[in-house]
Design a protein around this ligand. Structure first.
Ligand SMILES: [Mn+2]
Length: 411
C-alpha cells in the first residue's frame, strides 16, 4: 500500500517578485500551481496510492472566484480515492469565505477538535485538526490522541515546528513531543522547504510546497510518496511535481576587466543552473559580486547590466529567464601606500560611526537623498540605511570609495 503526502499547495497563488521588465511569458507562469497540482494527482493515480494527505494551505487565500474550488473538486473526482486534508494558516476556517460541497472522497478534519479517521481495510488511523484561524499560538499536537493499537498511525499537522520565525502563531511543537506520541508517520505542512525532521520510527516530514512561487523558493518542489508493507513504513521518497523552477545564481566578477568577460561568466553560471533544472523553465535571480574594474559602469547603468543578464540567459536556453539582478560588486581597492599608514585613517573613518551625532546626521542625509531619487528610474534600489547596523554594513564600501579618491584614482 502506498500513500501520498503533500502540503502547501497554495492553489492559484500568484508568482511574486517578477519585475515589470520581466520577460517570462504568460504561457510559462499561467496556472502553474494548478498544473503542479494536476501533476500530483497524476502521480497518485499512476502509483495507485490508497489515499492522499494534504497537510494544510491547500488554498493561498480566500478564493477570488469559484474557479479555484471548481478546479480542486474536478481534480478530486479525477483522483477518485480518499483525500484527507486539514486547513492551515492560509486557508483557516475563518479565512476562506466561499465554499463548494466537496466530492465525497474528500475528508476534511474539524477545526474545533482533533479527529481520527479509521481506514479498517487498510489498517490505518489518521489523526488531524484544522486551523480555525490564521493564528494558532498553542501546540496543537498536544491535543492529538494516543495511537490506535494495531494500526498504522498517521498524524496530520500544520505547524512551524521548532522554527517559529518571527511570531509563534503557527502551532509550534517540538520534535520530541511528536516522537513521544507513538505514531508511525507525521505528515506536516507549513514549511515550504522540504525536510525530514526525523528519518524513521517515526518519520516526521515536511514535504515542502509543490510549486515554487518566488525567487526564495528554489530547487525542485513536490510531495512525499510513502510505501507501507505489513503495517510498516518501508520507503519514503520525494517526488517532483513543479512545472517551473526558481534558482539563485551568484556570479563572482573578481578580476573581470571587460564586459565580454562578464558576459562569459554570466553564461557559464546560468548554464550550470539550467543543467540542474530538469528541463523545466527556470527563473533566476542573479547576484553579481566581487571586485571588478567595471563596477562603476555596472552601477551607473542598471538597465544595461539587466539586459546583459537577459542576453546571457537567452544564449543559454529559450526557457531560461531572469527574475532580477542584484548588484553587490565593488571597485577593486589598491593599497593607498605600502607602509600601512592608511590603516590608521581607515580605523578613524570606521570609528566615526560610534558617534551618535554622526549616526543621526548620516541617517537624515540618506533619507533625504533617497527621497530625491525618482521612482521608475530603472534602479532596483535597496532601501536607505535605517539604523546604525545598516550604516555599519555600508561602511567598508564607503571606505573603499574614500580610499580610491584619496589615492587619486577615479571613483
Ligand atoms: Mn502555512
Amino acid at each position: 500500500m502506498k500513500f501520498l503526502h503533500a502540503a502547501d499547495i497554495h492553489l492559484d497563488s500568484p508568482l511574486t517578485g517578477l519585475s515589470s521588465r520581466g520577460t517570462v511569458p504568460e504561457s510559462v507562469t499561467r496556472h502553474c500551481t494548478r498544473r503542479a497540482f494536476a501533476n500530483l494527482i497524476d502521480l497518485a493515480i499512476a502509483q495507485d496510492v490508497a489515499f492522499v494527505i494534504i497537510a494544510g494551505d491547500l488554498y493561498d487565500a480566500d478564493w477570488r472566484d469559484y474557479s479555484t474550488g471548481l478546479f480542486f473538486a474536478g481534480e478530486m473526482r479525477r483522483l477518485n480515492r480518499p483525500c484527507f486534508l486539514i486547513r492551515g494558516n492560509h486557508d483557516a476556517r475563518s479565512v476562506i469565505t466561499k465554499s463548494l460541497v466537496p466530492p465525497p472522497n474528500v475528508q476534511e478534519f474539524s477545526s474545533r477538535k482533533t479527529e481520527t479517521f479509521l481506514l479498517d481495510e487498510l489498517g490505518v488511523a489518521l489523526h488531524g485538526r484544522s486551523f480555525p484561524d490564521r493564528a494558532v499560538p498553542e501546540d496543537l499536537s498536544a491535543t492529538y490522541p494516543a495511537p490506535v493499537s494495531g494500526r498504522l498511525n498517521i498524524g496530520i499537522l500544520h505547524t512551524s515546528a521548532e522554527d517559529p520565525g518571527e511570531h509563534e502563531t503557527y502551532a509550534p511543537c517540538h520534535v520530541s513531543g511528536l516522537i513521544a506520541k507513538g505514531y508511525d508517520y507525521w505528515a506536516l505542512g507549513h514549511i515550504h522547504q522540504r525536510r525530514a525532521l526525523h528519518p524513521g520510527n517515526p518519520w516526521i516530514v515536511f514535504p515542502g510546497n509543490i510549486q515554487g512561487r518566488h525567487a526564495r523558493e528554489t530547487g525542485d518542489k513536490g510531495c512525499t510518496l510513502v510505501d507501507v508493507q505489513d503495517g510498516r513504513i518501508t520507503d519514503v521518497q520525494h517526488r517532483t511535481t513543479d512545472v517551473l523552477r526558481w534558482a539563485s545564481v551568484s556570479v563572482a566578477l573578481d578580476g573581470a576587466e571587460t564586459m565580454t568577460e562578464i558576459a562569459a561568466r554570466l553564461r557559464f553560471e546560468l548554464s550550470a543552473a539550467h543543467d540542474q533544472a530538469g528541463g523545466l523553465p527556470l527563473i533566476v535571480r542573479v547576484t553579481l559580486s566581487g571586485a571588478t574594474e567595471r563596477h562603476a559602469e555596472l552601477a551607473a547603468d542598471p538597465l544595461a547590466i539587466d539586459a546583459e543578464c537577459r542576453n546571457a540567459a537567452a544564449a543559454v536556453s529559450g526557457s531560461l529567464y531572469i527574475e532580477r539582478v542584484r548588484l553587490e560588486s565593488r571597485m577593486p581597492l589598491r593599497p593607498l601606500d605600502q607602509d600601512g599608514s592608511a590603516a590608521d585613517l581607515e580605523q578613524a573613518f570606521l570609528q566615526a560611526l560610534d558617534d551618535p551625532d554622526v549616526q543621526q546626521r548620516l541617517l537624515v542625509e540618506f533619507s533625504a537623498l533617497s527621497a530625491q531619487i525618482p521612482s521608475g528610474s530603472g534602479r532596483d534600489m535597496s532601501p536607505p540605511p535605517r539604523d546604525i547596523n545598516d550604516l555599519r554594513a555600508l561602511a567598508p564600501e564607503a571606505w573603499h570609495i574614500v580610499a580610491r579618491a584619496l589615492s587619486g584614482e577615479p571613483a
